[in-house]
Structure formats: C-alpha cells, structure tokens
Design a protein around this ligand. Structure first.
Ligand SMILES: Cc1cc2nc3c(=O)[nH]c(=O)nc-3n(C[C@H](O)[C@H](O)[C@H](O)COP(=O)(O)OP(=O)(O)OC[C@H]3O[C@@H](n4cnc5c(N)ncnc54)[C@H](O)[C@@H]3O)c2cc1C
Length: 229
C-alpha cells in the first residue's frame, strides 16, 4: 500500500537550502508512489503560541487556564481550533513524519516548536498509559532533517558545541519517541552556507539516495519503558 508522508517544514525562503532539501524529498517520495503532504509553516502563518484561542467554546476551568488539560478536553469534545484539527488529521494519516528545519539555538525554530506544542497534545499524541515504546504513534516513523550553521567538528563530543546527539535528545526522545514514533536517524546538513556549490549539490544528491530506502531503515534505540523505576 502507498505510504503517506507528512513533511513539517519551517523556512521563510523558497530559495533556501532547506527548501531545496524539502523539494528533493517531495520529488523522490512521490516518485516512489508515496502520498506527500507538506505543512509549510511560515507560508501558512502557523500560530506558534499555545493560547486559549486554540479552543472553541467553553473552558473547563475559566478561573485558572491550564493549557494541557483544556486541550485534552477540547480534543475529546472536538472543539479544538481548525488549524490544529487539520494538522492532527495529517499526522493521523502519515506513516512517516519528516521535520525539515534550520537549527535554531540547538533546536527547532519557534514556529515548529509551536506546531509541536499545539498539535501533539495529550489524548491525541500521548497519555499516561501510552508513551515511549507503548506510545500512540508506535506504528509511525518520524525523523529530523535539518541544516546547521556550525560545522560537524564543532558538534562533536570534543567540539565547542558538544555532541549533536545530546542537543537532539529533547526532540528525538522527549518529543518523538515519547509519542511512540519510531525515530529514524537524523539527516544533518552541516553548514550548507559555508560550502561550495558542488558540495551542496552532492549533499542533495546523497539525500535523494537515502530517501530511496528510508522506509526500511532501522530506527534508533531508546531505553524501553520496562526500564523505568
Ligand atoms: C535564530 C537563529 C538561531 C540559530 N541557531 C543555530 C544553532 O544553534 N546552531 C547552529 O549550528 N546554527 C544556528 N543558526 C544558523 C542556521 O542553522 C543556519 O543559518 C541554517 O541552518 C542554514 O540553512 P538555510 O537553509 O537557511 O541556508 P541558506 O542560507 O538558505 O542556504 C545556504 C546556501 O545554499 C544555497 N542553495 C539553495 N538552494 C540550493 C540548491 N538547490 N543547490 C545548491 N545550493 C543551494 C543558497 O543559495 C545558499 O548559498 C541559527 C540561525 C538563526 C537565524
């Protein structure tokens, strides 16, 4: 059966290297027969802040607004705002979610963090019973694909920025694996603004090559829930 892929994409410019990386993914995955959906967050003017406006109708507790509890209740009552409902429907359909972004402050840009905060809410994406390897999205895959300003050596264990895997832990474990996703190894484009055009072309070609077998890659390993104390 054809696979469904959601690309959550955050870059302001269609001329950026991130745009080129996203375009290679759309082209290659469609060539494989995948159904590809792109959430182009800046173009959509996706709201980044988690606020009361994310809920239509009455609140459970208007005296003290608790975002997580109100969002879960609104998800159950189907009273979430339309933009969130639309993104959740895309996630529900997806076999693979690719997050495509430039690294901002060792993390995702604020607009993508807003997508995470507002879309991956309790009830829809996790619950106390369903998290990590028992997580709601355990049949789905997800991966980070991003560009950096810094070089690979700066993000090595001995480098000035430290090990990139440490920087990625909150996103890969705390967000993706927490929701149950099988997390594929990240695709990292080191410092594309500081390499020659031919190197950038080779990076895009190599990404296209990886995409050919992406669906059959082994996910990263995380501590099983049974290890928790
Ligand atoms: C707020 C903020 C925080 C940041 N924090 C960090 C951080 O914590 N760590 C870090 O390492 N970096 C950080 N950066 C740097 C940022 O990650 C890089 O600037 C970004 O990743 C570069 O990617 P880009 O797509 O914007 O590159 P671009 O500048 O858009 O592109 C790079 C080059 O690729 C060229 N290009 C575009 N399309 C193609 C194509 N099809 N083929 C060949 N070449 C092409 C472009 O013309 C350009 O010359 C930060 C930046 C900001 C603004």
């Amino acid at each position: 059966m054809a696979k469904s892929v959601l690309i959550v994409y955050a870059h302001q410019s269609p001329k950026s290297f991130n745009a080129a990386v996203k375009d290679v993914a759309v082209k290659e995955l469609e060539k494989q027969g995948c159904k590809v959906t792109v959430s182009d967050l800046y173009n959509m003017e996706f709201k980044a802040s988690a606020t009361r406006e994310d809920i239509n109708g009455e609140l459970k507790n208007p005296d003290h607004f608790r975002y997580g509890e109100e969002m879960e209740a609104a998800w159950r009552a189907q009273t979430l705002s339309d933009d969130i409902k639309a993104e959740q429907e895309k996630v529900r359909e997806a076999d693979l979610v690719i997050f495509q972004f430039p690294l901002y402050w060792f993390s995702v840009p604020a607009i993508m963090k807003g997508w995470i905060d507002r879309v991956l809410i309790g009830g829809f994406a996790f619950s106390l019973e369903k998290m990590y390897d028992n997580g709601i999205f355990k049949e789905k895959k997800a991966m980070l694909s991003f560009t950096t300003g810094a070089s690979e050596s700066m993000f090595s264990p001995d480098g000035i920025n430290g090990d990139i895997n440490v920087a990625l832990w909150p996103l890969q474990n705390g967000v993706l694996h927490f929701c149950g996703f099988q997390v594929l190894p990240p695709q990292i484009f080191w410092s594309p603004a500081h390499c020659p055009d031919a190197v950038r072309a080779a990076l895009l070609e190599s990404w296209g090559g990886r995409l050919k077998a992406l669906m059959s890659e082994q996910p990263l390993k995380f501590a099983p829930v049974s290890c928790s104390i």
